[in-house]
Unconditional design. Sequence first.
Length: 145
Amino acid sequence: MSAPGVERGNAERPGVVTAVAILCWLVGTVELILSVLLIVLAAIRGILPASETGDILVSTIGYLIVAVAYIAVGFGVFRGVDLARVIVLLASVVHLGVGLYTALTTQPVAGILSMGLAVAIALPLWVGRGAAWFGGDRPTTPPSS
């Protein structure tokens, strides 16, 4: 395994790594938009059920944090930065936790889908061709300045 800040050459990037980077950007963007929308809706009385507003806001803040992390780290995954893979794993663990909280408190289906997305984003970077690519089975180049 190489140093955390080392980038990989794009020519050999497996399709699964490209797919994960794109998924990070898409999921992050959708969750960011929905989180901001829910925060705005929570500020308007009567739009959200009063009994669930607190739980919804807790979930929304969690999703907002995950969204920003996924969007930011998607670029690192695309370039093959080892640290980005670790951050994706950490963000996905938080995503799993927020999904579980959502499933247990307000929206079971949304929570389960969220947990599935977290696994779909993190797992390919740690198994198979994604793990091999990040694990050093290809030449490395120093980061450009």
